[in-house]
Design a protein. Structure first.
Length: 352
């Protein structure tokens, strides 16, 4: 098979930042995806429907005129979030979920949740209004090893919350372990997970190949090979409750290549192409469309996209960097190749 045509995909976990960086990265996503769940971890965070409305306007202004792209907004859950905000968010039509960051778990999570019990009224309202809860599932207990934080959080914190709110729709974001995969498989139809391309393509060895590799540092951190295999198998299995979420998370090169570097891998420049590589390696390219374009929309209750995209099996070179003012964004596979290419224009007619 030299090319594959699928329904235009959606990215159910994306960081586009704001300002100049947003204007650099949004076109990469808008070229490939019809919609994306926009993460709210800005400084200051997107804690209200009104802030989400303003942020959405700024994102739309960054979409190239020849692209059509819909940002699906989220609210950043805090211990001060009023339960009444949930009805407002739901009624807006543009807020599609609420994100739970355990305080200190990742980039800009310091306004996040220390004690989830303080948010139970909000979760109750979300359950009532059927607004999904998106979870960064990692404990921040410093006594727990970084590589075990997902499994421990699921056991100690998440499982009891899901039991308490059985009708709440919950997405385990960027699942990275076999424990996470098994938890979702055993859970009810209201529990799903997103999977990144990089957690399917790399294991933790990639952090240390020939030296310390800051551009492979993200949270949750890359795991051992057995976990990569479990996550890759879940993505490529056709299971309806696993779907695409890139977690593309750009940081300036100087913030990545530092004594205390930021977590986040930038993949939006080649996102669907990288997933095509994953499915091709697994021998299940026929299941890419369900994972990338159908399962997530169904879980979120969104209509299917109606246009197609075409991917051709053809290697291309990823730039060493994208210039960002005086700084740069170093993308995933910088200076190396990606094995699939997105086709557009007249080429598209030939291959579709
Ligand atoms: C994300 C970021 O930089 O915003 N970083 C990351 O490593 N994935 C935050 C997150 O999703 O954890
Ligand atoms: Zn993220």
């Amino acid at each position: 098979m030299q090319s594959i045509t699928i329904t235009t995909p959606d990215d159910f976990h994306l960081h586009v930042r704001d300002g100049e960086l947003m204007r650099l990265v949004v076109p990469h996503t808008a070229r490939r995806f019809a919609r994306a769940i926009i993460m709210p971890n800005l400084v200051p965070p997107i804690v209200s429907t009104e802030l989400a409305r303003q942020y959405r306007e700024r994102i739309l202004a960054a979409v190239p005129s020849d692209a059509s792209f819909e940002p699906l907004m989220t609210l950043y859950l805090t211990e001060q979030t009023p339960a009444a905000e949930i009805a407002v968010a739901k009624a807006s039509g543009y807020v599609h979920a609420v994100k739970w960051y355990p305080v200190g778990a990742t980039t800009n999570s310091h306004h996040g949740v220390q004690n989830i019990e303080k948010c139970f009224e909000v979760l109750e309202a979300m359950q009532q209004h059927d607004l999904p809860l998106l979870v960064h599932p990692e404990t921040t207990d410093p006594a727990v090893d970084t590589f075990d934080r997902e499994a421990v959080f699921i056991d100690r914190v998440l499982a009891p919350v899901i039991e308490r709110f059985p009708n709440l729709r919950v997405v385990l974001e960027h699942v990275t372990t076999h424990q996470g995969v098994q938890f979702v498989q055993a859970a009810s139809s209201r529990v799903a997970a997103t999977i990144t391309a990089h957690h399917c393509l790399l294991n933790r060895v990639a952090l240390f190949e020939g030296g310390l590799r800051p551009h492979h540092y993200c949270l949750p951190i890359l795991k051992r090979e057995e976990h990569r295999v479990a996550v890759m198998e879940a993505a490529t299995s056709g299971h309806p409750r696993f779907f695409l979420g890139t977690d593309s998370a750009p940081h300036a090169r100087t913030a990545k290549e530092a004594a205390c570097g930021c977590a986040g891998i930038y993949t939006a420049h080649a996102a669907i192409e990288l997933y095509a590589e994953v499915f091709d390696r697994a021998g299940t390219l026929d299941k890419l469309e369900a994972f990338a374009s159908l399962n997530g929309a169904k879980f979120y209750g969104l209509p299917r996209n109606t246009t197609p995209i075409v991917l051709e099996r053809k290697a291309w070179n990823v730039p060493e960097s994208f210039s960002f003012g005086k700084d740069a964004i170093v993308p995933f596979r910088a200076g190396c190749q990606v094995g699939f290419q997105l086709v557009d224009g007249s080429e598209f007619e030939r291959l579709a």
